[in-house]
Write a protein that binds this ligand. Structure first.
Ligand SMILES: Nc1ncnc2c1ncn2[C@@H]1O[C@H](COP(=O)(O)OP(=O)(O)OP(=O)(O)O)[C@@H](O)[C@H]1O
Ligand SMILES: [Mg+2]
Length: 416
């Protein structure tokens, strides 16, 4: 079949569409573009369906928590009831009253108080502080024909324990009273206790939903869904490279996908090849946040030409991790031996790991006891960044690079 060349106009139109489909910097807001996560969605939907049940959703930074919170109501079965979806963010320094008012400002209704029917926000009625009783009262005023869902995102930003405790007590109280509202608390944390004070008191009435890194098949869905919408294809090598490099962080699937699409289109093609993905790696590195670039430089800076900080850091990024993203020094040994093409012992790089968790900008977090330390990247986005730097700078060896382009990488490139 003869292929018609893409016109400049086609290319512009496709790029425009790609820019809307690939959203590396924003949570998903449209249900059709949301991939996977059925298990987590199911748990949340059950909690919404059960009066007196609430949700605490937690996980690493960037795994897709806000996206889930933003689209969850689209998964509710259509019925006679109407959804009232209210989503607010918490900020450092917020008190309970401030958060309550922020929620109130997003609850709109129409009423006639003698001046004809007008639109109001609940916050219009609270010029001063909002008390716990005010809040409980307002939450009980939703109509029976409504499904009210109140989401407090970025809950980890709350640094006043009293605020966190008050919100826990409120959830308990709403549950005890059987109020028709579902509160969903969302935040960055490894466990519920880290996210909310006195979580024990709400253990029985709050569904705990851990949002893990995105599994391989779901990352693949993120990519394939968008490419098919664009009418574009991708060679398997390139596809797996994007999927494996992203390490379960969907933002990297979006960023690499978008730049690979751009590169192919710029060359007049709708078929994406592995070389387009390689170009995308460079583009993603260029466009990465300055904080990532600075942290990498801080961690690996040295006056000695033969220093191996970059190599050790790259091996850390390739190391096998446990469920919480931690790796042991032993897991660094093999990738480091591969990178340096000679057998390396833990004693040779142990101190460097310690420095990465300390004076070299704390790029790694360290946990556990001496001699049984485990490490992980403090910022999850750092791990794919380090691997891509390693590829660009020729630190990642050929075998590892090839392995990246194959479907399953349980040993070389585990996904946590
Ligand atoms: N189910 C999904 N399908 C497709 N893309 C997703 C999905 N979930 C998240 N993403 C994408 O992943 C990135 C991170 O998503 P999101 O902001 O929801 O994560 P988060 O866990 O709230 O992050 P943070 O901890 O920084 O608040 C965004 O680019 C978003 O578009
Ligand atoms: Mg978020």
């Amino acid at each position: 079949m003869a292929k018609r060349a893409l016109s400049a106009q086609d290319i512009q139109a496709k790029k425009f569409e790609a820019n809307q489909l690939f959203t590396p910097s924003a949570p998903i807001a449209v249900a059709e573009l949301f991939a996977g996560r059925q298990q987590q969605a199911q748990k949340i939907l059950e909690a919404i369906g059960e009066r007196g049940r609430h949700v605490i959703m937690y996980g690493e930074r960037g795994v897709g928590k806000s996206s889930m919170a933003q689209i969850i109501h689209y998964f509710l079965p259509r019925g006679p009831q109407s959804v009232r979806h209210v989503r607010v963010q918490a900020f450092p320094g917020d008190t309970f009253s401030v958060i309550a008012k922020r929620i109130f400002s997003k609850i709109h209704f129409k009423a006639d108080y003698g001046e004809g029917e007008k639109a109001y926000n609940v916050s219009d009625f609270y010029p001063g502080e909002v008390t716990i009783d005010d809040f409980l009262n307002e939450m009980s005023l939703f109509k029976a024909a409504e499904i009210p869902i109140v989401i407090i995102d970025e809950f980890n930003e709350i640094n006043d324990p009293a605020t966190s405790r008050t919100l826990a007590n409120i959830i308990k109280s709403l549950s005890d009273e059987g109020v028709n509202v579902t509160i969903i608390i969302v935040g960055v944390a490894d466990n519920v206790g880290e996210l909310i004070e006195q979580h024990e008191s709400i253990e029985r009435c709050a569904e705990q939903v851990h949002m893990p890194r995105m599994p391989v098949d779901e990352r693949r869905e993120v990519l394939e869904k968008r490419l098919s919408q664009l009418g574009m294809t991708i060679a398997p090598d390139g596809k797996w490279k994007i999927i494996n490099l992203s390490k379960g962080l969907p933002a990297y699937v979006h960023a690499l996908g978008k730049f690979a699409v751009y590169n192919a289109l710029d060359n007049g093609r709708i078929a994406i090849g592995e070389y387009d993905v390689d170009a995308a790696i460079n583009a993603v590195l260029e466009s990465s946040q300055q904080t990532l670039k600075d942290a990498y430089e801080n961690a690996t800076r040295s006056n000695q030409a033969r220093a191996l900080f970059r190599h050790v850091l790259t091996a850390c990024a390739l190391a096998k991790v446990d469920d919480a993203g931690f790796f042991t020094p032993a897991a660094v040994r093999d990738p480091l031996s591969d990178i340096l093409k000679r057998p390396i012992e833990i004693a040779n790089f142990q101190d460097t790991l310690g420095d990465f968790a300390g004076k070299r900008g704390k790029i790694l977090d360290r946990t556990g006891e001496a001699r049984a330390y485990r490490f992980r990247f403090g910022n999850p986005a750092m791990q794919p960044y380090v691997i891509m730097r390693g590829i660009r700078d020729g630190i990642v060896n050929d075998a590892a690079r090839q392995a990246l382009s194959s479907p399953e990488q349980p040993d070389l490139f585990p996904t946590g």
